[in-house]
Every structure is written in structure tokens, then in C-alpha cells.
Design a protein around this ligand. Structure first.
Ligand code: SF4
Ligand code: SF4
Length: 391
């Protein structure tokens, strides 16, 4: 296989916020401290070396890029202060921008002012688009779907999900093909016969269930989560609550739509708090808001390695998630107070616009790690299974 050398690779990754790793002399101290280096004893210095010598394809097809959860152990132990943990974070931003072909990610990650303007313009577009078809604001009860027609929200949401799926498939396919090639995984390896299928199913469960939802390695290996740290401040829990909250809100939206479709729910009317979709949505909203608020506080206070350096793109994701969660609660309050407050309509319009933006921009922001990390964890689980068999 021919290896193409990209002489601009290191300076390009620097534009995504990396510390200067040109001082790294491959001493291997970070490898000795990294909890992930048990696999082959070369991580993370191998990824740094790829960047130093311009091995772009090898860097982009490294599953470890995504399995690193920025615990900071490597940065604390580096004798040259090359900050390998922050380098890995920047390399992930670089990878997100490289997997998608439009160039939008690159702008959002490397040009804070242009990125903020784009984010504002997208939210404004959705808000104006919805408002253009608005109906009356009922003052007797908060008739949100009379103000912004439910059908308009539904079909705009469908269009956003289709765009998200297309962008996601392009990015994931490019990334997965690269990782599969470097790991020697092919379709017959995954699907050829019962043993292969069972290995694939086990790797899927390890990736999606045990690691992504259960946060196993995050819980076990993160040094900020020492027993002295109160549970409510542990990084893995904050991260898990954010994921569970987001997935819960997404599920509640789909359930709500399904119940309406099945004719079980009277659409457009306030429903009691114990109603399944409302209950799931409320609990998930608390979970999301707590997780995101803690991430924000940690970044402002710089409480751990992962929170020491904050880019505009880090804040963009947190702010969009926080607005989506907080406005959801404001709408809930507006629904249950008497006299249908007019502000409830405007908060609703804002909530829908930002939620649409969040989903549309998912593959182009830091949020894209939610797509790529499970894929990398899948290959990680396959490799772990293979090495078990060869022992
Ligand atoms: S500890 Fe620092 S100098 Fe040593 S290999 Fe890791 S990044 Fe390079
Ligand atoms: S930040 Fe933690 S997981 Fe990531 S490379 Fe460094 S030591 Fe390993």
C-alpha cells in the first residue's frame, strides 16, 4: 500500500486548536499512562507521529482517535508539555471536518466569527420559515400548534432528519471504510457465517450498549472520577446524563408523534404530566439540562484537563443543547399556567428553530462524535475479541 504524505498535516491540525506537538520526541510516557494503550502499546504517541510525518490517511483511519475520552493523564505526564490529550481533541475536530465533503465543519471549527454567524443565520432561517405560516395566538389556552402548524413542524423535521441521515451516512461510510481497511475488517469478516455474525452482534452490543450508553471505560478509567469526587460531579455521569437526556428527548418526540399518528393523543392540546411522552420528555429534559449545565460550569472553572481549553465550537454545541433543553421547560411552564402567556408562543418558535438547527448541524459540529465514536468502539470491540482468540 502506498502512503501519501501530507506535509501540511500538522499545521492544519493546529488550526483546529491543537497544542504544539512538534516538541514530542516519542518518549512513550503518554503511552505508559494512557488507559487505552493496553491494545498495542503505541497509543497515543502513534497518532502524534502520524501528524508529525504527514500520514493523513493513517490518522483518519485510527479507531483510537475516537476511543480517547480526554481524561488528560497523558498530558499530565508529558515531559515536553506537548499536551497530547488536547492534540487528540483537535485531531478529532480535524477528522470530523475531513469526513464531510461540504467544508462547513472546517468553518465552524476554525473560524469562530463566521461559525457564529452561520449558526445564528440557520436558527433565524428556521424561525422565519415557521413564522411565515403562523396562525393566531389563542389567549384562552396556549394553542401552540395553531400558532405554528403541526404539519409544518412535522414535515420540516422530516426534511431535517433526511438531510441529517444523508450527511451522517456520507461521513460514517468514509470513516468506517478507512478504519475497516486499517483493521483488516471486511464484509465477510463481519457477516460470513454464524461465528462472524455472533462476533459482530457482540461488538455492536459492546459499542452501543456497554460503552456508549453504559460509559464503561469512562467510568472505570477516568482519573477525574476518583472516589473522592462526589458522584454528581463525576465526568462520566455528566456525560452520560447529557447523552441519556438527549436520547430521551428524541424518543419522547418520536413517541408523541407516534401516539398522535395512532389517534391515541389529541394533538395540539396540553396533556397531563404523567402522559408517557410528557413524562419521558420532562425527565430527559432535567437530565440534559443538568449534564450540559455542568459541562458549562466545568469549562468556565476549568476544573479538569478536558475543560482547560474551550473552542468556539465547544461552546456552540453546549449552547444549542442548553437552549433546546431550557426552552422546552419554559414551554412546559407556559402550558400549565393559566391565561396562556404570550411569551409561550415565542419561546416555542425559538425552541423549534434551535432544535431543528441542532439536528441539521449535528454532522458538522462536535456533536458528530456521537456518530463516529460508536463506530470506532465497534472496531475496538472486534479487535479486542480477535486478540482474545489469538492469546
Ligand atoms: S509523553 Fe509527550 S513527548 Fe513523550 S511521546 Fe507522549 S507526547 Fe511525545
Ligand atoms: S486523554 Fe486519556 S484516553 Fe486520551 S490519549 Fe490521553 S491518556 Fe489516553
Amino acid at each position: 500500500m502506498t502512503t501519501l504524505v501530507d506535509t501540511d498535516l500538522l499545521s492544519d491540525i493546529k488550526a483546529f486548536g491543537a497544542a504544539d506537538v512538534s516538541a514530542c520526541f516519542s518518549c512513550g510516557t503518554c503511552t505508559a499512562t494512557c488507559p487505552l494503550s493496553d491494545n498495542d502499546g503505541t497509543f497515543p504517541r502513534r497518532i502524534i507521529r502520524y501528524a508529525q510525518v504527514g500520514m493523513r490517511d493513517e490518522l483518519l483511519s485510527s479507531k483510537e482517535l475516537w476511543t480517547c475520552y480526554h481524561c488528560g493523564l497523558c498530558s499530565d505526564s508529558c515531559p515536553t508539555e506537548a499536551d497530547p490529550g488536547e492534540f487528540m481533541a483537535a485531531a478529532r475536530r480535524y477528522a470530523i471536518a475531513s469526513y464531510e465533503p461540504t467544508g462547513l465543519s472546517r468553518i465552524l471549527f476554525t473560524r469562530p466569527v463566521a461559525g457564529s454567524l452561520i449558526a445564528t443565520a440557520v436558527a433565524a432561517f428556521f424561525a422565519i420559515f415557521m413564522y411565515a405560516s403562523h396562525g393566531p395566538q389563542d389567549t384562552a389556552s396556549l394553542a401552540l400548534f395553531t400558532f405554528v402548524p403541526e404539519g409544518l413542524i412535522h414535515w420540516t423535521g422530516v426534511a431535517v432528519m433526511v438531510a441529517l441521515a444523508l450527511s451522517g451516512v456520507v461521513g460514517i461510510t468514509g470513516m468506517a471504510r478507512g478504519v475497516a481497511r486499517s483493521e483488516g475488517v471486511s464484509l465477510p469478516t463481519l457477516l460470513g457465517g454464524r461465528a462472524a455474525l455472533s462476533r459482530t452482534a457482540a461488538a455492536l452490543w459492546a459499542s452501543l450498549g456497554i460503552e456508549s450508553l453504559g460509559q464503561r471505560r469512562y467510568r472505570q478509567d477516568c482519573k477525574d472520577d476518583s472516589p473522592a469526587e462526589p458522584l454528581y460531579r463525576r465526568r462520566w455521569l455528566i456525560h452520560a446524563l447529557t447523552i441519556w437526556g438527549f436520547l430521551g428527548l428524541f424518543s419522547a418526540t418520536i413517541l408523541d408523534w407516534g401516539l398522535a399518528l395512532a389517534g391515541v393523543k389529541e394533538t395540539g392540546t396540553p396533556i397531563p404530566l404523567w402522559y408517557p411522552s410528557r413524562l419521558i420528555g420532562t425527565l430527559a429534559g432535567f437530565s440534559l439540562l443538568y449534564g450540559v449545565s455542568m459541562f458549562m460550569v466545568n469549562r468556565v472553572r476549568q476544573v479538569n484537563r478536558a475543560a482547560m481549553v474551550s473552542t468556539a465550537s465547544d461552546w456552540l454545541l453546549l449552547v444549542l443543547l442548553w437552549i433546546t433543553g431550557a426552552t422546552g421547560f419554559f414551554i412546559e411552564v407556559a402550558l400549565y399556567v393559566s391565561d396562556a402567556p404570550r411569551w409561550g408562543y415565542w419561546v416555542f418558535l425559538f425552541h423549534v428553530a434551535v432544535a431543528m438547527e441542532l439536528m441539521l448541524l449535528l454532522p458538522f459540529t462536535k456533536f458528530a462524535h456521537a456518530m463516529y465514536r460508536p463506530v470506532a468502539l465497534f472496531f475496538y470491540a472486534l479487535a479486542a475479541d480477535k486478540s482474545k482468540q489469538t492469546v
